[in-house]
Ligand binder design. Structure first.
Ligand SMILES: Nc1ncnc2c1ncn2[C@@H]1O[C@H](COP(=O)(O)OP(=O)(O)O)[C@@H](O)[C@H]1O
Ligand SMILES: CC(C)(COP(=O)(O)O)[C@@H](O)C(=O)NCCC(=O)O
Ligand SMILES: [K+]
Length: 352
């Protein structure tokens, strides 16, 4: 029997790398459906918490090797392990908009293939590159790989995370749909039903899928808005240095200084500088979602010349997704790690 294959979806943004592990089958050929996810801040490096590449790879290796001896503070909870005890064949499915970081991780992984590396205790990390060549196990996605019709001027310039988010959202919720990715930057994209295609045609564009990416808008994210104010105004300089926690995404959002949803009625107009910044960032962010949602619906109505403004579901993801979700009046779906799920969708499809 051939080695079981384990797919690892990796979404490298400008603040953090997000990982989702999906082993396809264990040694007995049984499907192992558990998914395990984690987020690694690049900022951790400057905080003296060690190298994020090392942390990420150790976490993945531990998930795949429940029987490995680990020091107590490294141990995952028993149900976190994926129970793949025999050697697995690893495939990394990668989305990157931060090539400096993805190259750093590639170098780190390639080093594990060497005869012996000091950071490679008990062979854990070596397992991550068990395939014969690096190219066999590292698949970096480009816009050409995603079955979407692309209604934009320069598809090669669109962030691959935006295209994957669009693909993942349309796969789950259909189209039209608006995708809000609240990361370092916040993107608000429109996905529609694409033009229908003839199944018997030999035209290459027929591989473009049933949904169309129509572009969208880019705003600074919560943290970027706050740091821009701090960088640009003397009196606000003290309000941009937020604690770097290195925790999971929701914890990170809380660190960005957004007030809890329960605090909203107390705000507006704000009576002190900190609250004024929080209110301003909240207004720009949530107001931006609401305003664009209305614009996109009007755009859809014009395109169809229909009598009614069409429904437009909103899908929210990204490190600050939980915070945006808490404030947004419109009905929406919150899908953490949407880009990683879209990578796994692609991996499962025969198109790539
Ligand atoms: N230490 C931190 N470094 C960066 N972002 C942080 C930090 N703590 C909290 N955050 C929040 O996480 C958001 C980034 O989320 P994420 O989706 O991971 O971004 P990206 O895809 O750009 O890497 C930031 O806008 C910020 O509000
Ligand atoms: C807009 C982005 C910076 C968002 O990145 P992120 O916040 O997820 O790190 C990224 O999608 C990107 O680099 N885009 C290229 C320009 C474009 O999409 O048009
Ligand atoms: K983003």
């Amino acid at each position: 029997m051939s080695q079981p294959v384990c797919r690892i979806a990796l979404d490298i943004g400008n603040s953090a790398a997000k990982v989702l592990i999906e082993p396809v089958a264990d040694a007995s050929g049984q499907s192992v459906p558990q998914l395990q996810s984690a987020s690694f801040l690049f900022a951790a490096q400057t905080e003296g918490q060690g190298d994020w590449t090392d942390q990420l790879c150790r976490w993945v290796a531990k998930c795949l090797s429940p029987n490995e001896a680990m020091s107590p503070n490294e141990a995952l909870s028993p149900n976190a392990a994926l129970s793949v005890s025999d050697p697995v064949s690893i495939r990394w499915w990668v989305s990157t908009v931060n090539h400096r970081a993805s190259e750093q991780l590639k170098r780190f992984l390639a080093d594990q293939q060497g005869p012996r590396s000091d950071s490679c205790e008990s062979g854990l990390l070596r397992k991550l590159m068990s395939a014969s060549s690096f190219d066999d196990c590292w698949r970096e996605i480009s816009y050409r790989d995603i079955p979407l019709q692309l209604h934009v001027d320069r598809p090669q310039r669109v962030g691959i995370d935006r295209l994957l988010g669009a693909y993942g959202a349309a796969n789950r919720f259909g189209a039209p749909v608006m995708v809000v990715d609240a990361g370092s930057a916040m993107t608000l994209d429109l996905v529609t039903q694409g033009a229908s295609q003839r199944s018997d045609s030999a035209d290459a564009s027929d591989t473009a899928g049933q949904f169309a990416f129509c572009g969208g808008a880019i705003l600074p994210g919560l943290r970027m808005q706050q740091s821009a104010l701090a960088a640009g105004a003397e009196a606000l300089a003290n309000f941009g240095s937020l604690a770097l926690s290195g925790e999971g995404p929701s914890q990170r959002g809380a660190d960005a200084g957004f007030p809890s949803a329960a605090a909203v009625p107390a705000l507006g107009p704000a009576r002190d500088t900190r609250s004024a910044i929080q209110l301003g960032v909240q207004a720009a962010t949530v107001g931006g979602v609401t305003w664009l949602w209305q614009k996109y619906r009007e755009n859809l109505q014009q395109a169809t010349s229909g009598p009614k403004i069409p429904e437009l579901p909103i899908v929210i993801t990204g490190g600050d997704g939980t915070e945006i979700s808490a404030y947004l009046g419109q009905c929406h779906e919150l899908v953490p790690n949407l880009v990683c799920f879209a990578l796994l969708d692609l991996a499962r499809s025969a198109t790539v």
